[in-house]
Design a binder for this molecule. Structure first.
Ligand code: GAL
Length: 405
């Protein structure tokens, strides 16, 4: 009798443990799905192609094209208006959009009707970088205006606030840093007060190791460098400078090496693939910046490669790092869920025609003797490979593998 009671008690105990575990699992899943930017944000921003010329029509056309090209379904959901949308303030100090954007609320509704989200841009300074109206002294009012319009994402660009810092603390870098953090925190609090979820994107070009304090002022992403341009050397210099920053990124808070230039300027197919691969391995936000009205199929194929996007968006949320280098050839690896790893082999050599051969260096990567591998850009399973695997890559080119022990 006593033995039977103990058995019943034990099974009740195990059932309770099981229930507790299920509740915990559910809560973790809900928490993850509610985290803003649980994976690096994906979308499109007006600056890299349209710069100061962007209009309401460009944004509507882009929204249409994000849908018809398949970009939205590939994950590019934010449509971000960068600098030069701002008009004057009205008598109550409320910011107005300028004549290029006659109806912001209408535009937001249009973007939302396409299953997309709207992003906007401002500065903690009195003026933005293009010398339009900034948010200094109007933070709460501006955040509320964005929320009323239906904005889902704010890029907050230091610009003329640098002057405020310089005037208030010319000889005191610690105080300048404090002022900058306070300015970013102020807008963070203003956004929270609206009650509308918005991705908060800090842009201050990586000053004062922003990756160390970006999350403490509410940043979901923070620019780690100065501006990118549609130039291979600039793009790889930015990408390669991210080595060592992996530990600062994770779900809800990402290093941002700036928006994509894929499809812009004279970047070749190899260069566009290198750009996309580097950004995916870095778990970087994927914010396209090309003119979608004339997107070449080869550019669409780079931006929408599902396997590359999956590497960037992997739920583990780990940024990759450089693991091996031999002259201009570098191997970068990014841990993925399911004990897999993305391994990118770059030939950063200056001449596009100079081929470089290289092996895998699995042992140096701590990956054992052999792995099952898939070549992502070639869309080809390679079976099991070891350190004797060799590949030859042209200058500016890349081989991207997903490997599993
Ligand atoms: C820069 C910023 C660019 C773009 C530009 C607009 O400071 O880094 O991404 O936003 O301002 O004026």
């Amino acid at each position: 009798m006593a033995m039977a009671a103990v058995r019943v008690e034990r099974s009740v105990w195990w059932i309770l443990c099981g229930l507790f575990f299920l509740v915990l699992l559910g809560a973790t899943r809900v928490a993850r799905s509610q985290t803003i930017a649980a994976t690096p944000p994906m979308g499109w921003n007006s600056w890299n192609f349209f710069a100061g010329k962007v209009t309401d029509k460009d944004i509507r056309d882009t929204a249409d094209l994000l849908v018809s090209t398949g970009m939205r379904d590939a994950g590019y959901v934010y449509v971000n208006i960068d600098d030069t949308w701002e008009g004057e303030r009205d008598a109550q100090g409320r910011i107005q959009s300028n004549s290029k954007f006659p109806d912001m609320k209408g535009l937001a509704d249009y973007v939302h009707s396409k299953g997309l989200k709207l992003g906007i841009y401002s500065s903690p300074g009195a003026k933005t970088c293009a010398r339009y109206e900034g948010s200094l002294g109007h933070e709460e009012q501006d955040a509320q205006t964005y929320a009323d319009w239906g904005v889902d994402y704010l890029k907050y660009d230091l610009c003329s606030y640098g002057m405020v810092m310089g005037i208030q603390a010319p000889d005191d870098p610690t105080k300048r840093n404090r002022l900058m953090r306070e300015a970013y925190e102020k807008m963070h609090q203003a956004i929270l007060k609206t009650g509308r979820p918005m991705v908060y994107s800090l842009c201050q070009y990586g000053m004062d190791s922003v990756w160390e304090w970006g999350p403490s002022v509410g940043g979901n992403l923070w620019r780690t460098t100065g501006d990118i341009s549609a130039n291979y050397d600039r793009m790889i210099a930015i990408g390669r400078s991210q080595a060592g920053l992996a530990k600062f990124a994770g779900p809800g808070h990402w290093n941002d090496p700036d928006m994509l230039e894929v499809g812009n300027g004279k970047l070749t197919l190899d260069e566009n693939r290198t750009h996309m691969t580097l950004w995916a391995v870095l778990a970087a936000p994927l914010i396209a910046g090309n003119n979608l009205t004339e997107m070449k199929p080869e550019v669409a194929a780079v931006l929408m490669n599902k396997e590359v996007i999956a590497i960037d968006q992997d739920a583990l949320g780990k940024q990759g790092n450089r693991v091996y280098e031999e002259g201009p050839v570098e191997i970068w690896a990014k841990p993925l869920t399911g004990r897999s790893e993305a391994v990118a082999i770059f030939n950063f050599g200056s001449s596009p025609t100079e081929m470089r051969g290289i092996g895998l260096h699995l042992k140096e990567m701590g990956m054992g003797r052999e792995v099952r591998a898939r070549d992502v850009w070639a869309a080809k399973d390679l079976g099991r490979i070891g350190d004797d695997y060799r590949t030859t890559i042209p200058g500016h080119g890349v081989v991207l593998l997903v490997v599993k022990r």
